[in-house]
Design a binder for this molecule. Structure first.
Ligand code: PLP
Length: 386
């Protein structure tokens, strides 16, 4: 079956009730036939549900679909995107190891790398997203992992996955991609040699701003190491959230098609607006890494960003003028969302660190929803004009 069909048809085995839609397994533990059955399950001699901190049928259904969509052998899910990211770091890196990360990454990922990994003796360096000629020179003898997002949040830089995959292979590094912005519909990093693909399920995978979740996908052996770490450390995903997400994946492909069509429409309409210094969208020919985006992505995704010529005050004014678009911290929703990173998500970074990742004072990020595209455009235009 095609992965899109698997995202709809992979299903927990039907119970004797003959239900069509998967039931919610809201149970903390599972029963055994007898003492021998229980012993074998605990000894990992048979695959069995034991306890929902480890695994639960709703989680397995969701992760089976994610592995199918990402084209990997296995996947595991946790309580949030950040628990997925921190579990990857802590399960696979140890004292003395060096993590090489792109500088343009999600704000909380920065905090984990800068503030917490050093406590465990894990070193790091950042390379610049738009200077690929410097990447290889940043690799050290003790570098174990390379971590990137593409497109990056919120600057929408595109990193060349093929080049990164070759570097990782040459230097024997674990290649980790946060694929949250693209989704597996637009981009499958495993095709370029990624060892671990991470998602915040909170964003496009849910797509309706209801639940938090994180996913890791990759080879069985690596995912098993992360699973064993999580089953003891405990960042478990709620079966209810997994049930929601498994249903959401049935519509991921059609939703992403509309999100990206709406985003491209807005990008083309707004690109030359006089109040904007620039507008960035991966599938606009004016995007600095347009050729790479076209090579590795099937669509440009649902996010666009632009810079208001009026700077910080114009950014705040723009948000105040919006009538329909939501002002909220999330992205990847049916409802269009506007955010102003300099005063919110990235306010903890210094001005200099913000500028290093192209977060200028007037930068606005739009997560394009599923409303009629004319309504989204009209709201943005009136907010710009006023
Ligand atoms: C939101 C986000 C995360 C963190 O996910 P949570 O589910 O909020 O913990 C990580 N990476 C990217 C790119 C994100 O947008």
């Amino acid at each position: 079956m095609h992965p899109i069909t698997k995202a709809i048809r992979l299903q927990t085995p039907r119970t004797h009730q003959m239900e069509h839609s998967t039931p919610l397994f809201l149970t903390s533990s599972f029963c055994f036939e007898d003492a021998e059955d229980m012993r074998a399950a605990f000894a990992d001699e048979k695959e069995a549900n034991i306890y929902s901190r480890f695994i639960n049928p709703n989680i397995t259904e969701f992760t089976d679909k994610m592995a199918a969509l990402e084209g990997t052998e296995a996947a595991y899910a946790m309580a949030s995107g950040m628990s997925a990211i921190s579990s990857v770091f802590l399960a696979l890196l140890k004292q003395g190891d060096h993590l090489l990360s792109c500088n343009a990454i999600f704000g909380s990922t920065h905090t984990v790398i800068n503030k917490y990994l050093p406590k465990y003796g894990i070193e790091h360096d950042y390379f610049e997203a738009d200077k690929p000629e410097t990447w290889e020179a940043s690799i050290r003898p003790n570098t174990k992992m390379i971590f990137v997002e593409t497109p990056t949040n919120p600057g929408l830089d595109i990193l060349d996955l093929e080049m990164l995959g070759m570097l990782a292979k040459k230097h024997n590094l674990l290649f980790v991609v946060d694929n949250c912005f693209a989704t597996p519909i637009a981009q499958q990093p495993v095709q370029y040699g990624a060892d671990i693909i991470i998602h915040s399920g909170t964003k496009w995978l849910d797509g309706q701003g209801r639940v938090l979740a994180g996913v890791v996908a990759g080879k069985k052996s690596i995912i098993n190491d992360i699973y064993l770490f999580c089953r003891s450390m405990g960042p478990s995903l709620s079966p209810f959230n997994a049930w929601i997400l498994s249903k959401s994946l049935e519509t991921l492909d059609v939703r992403m098609e509309r999100h990206s069509n709406n985003a491209l429409f807005l990008a083309e309409k707004l690109e030359h607006h006089p109040k904007l210094n620039w507008l960035k969208y991966p599938f606009l020919p004016s995007h600095p890494q347009y050729d790479i985006a076209k090579k590795q992505m099937k669509n440009g995704g649902g996010i666009l960003c632009f810079e208001l010529s009026g700077g910080l005050e114009a950014g705040r004014q723009f948000l105040d003028n919006l009538k329909m678009l939501s002002l909220t911290a999330n992205l990847g929703d049916t409802r269009s969302i506007a955010s102003h990173p300099a005063s919110t998500t990235h306010a903890k970074l210094s001005e200099q660190d913000r500028l290093a990742v192209n977060i200028t004072p007037g930068l606005i990020r739009i997560s394009v929803g599923l409303e009629h595209r004319d309504d989204i455009l009209a709201d943005i235009l009136q907010a710009l004009e006023n």
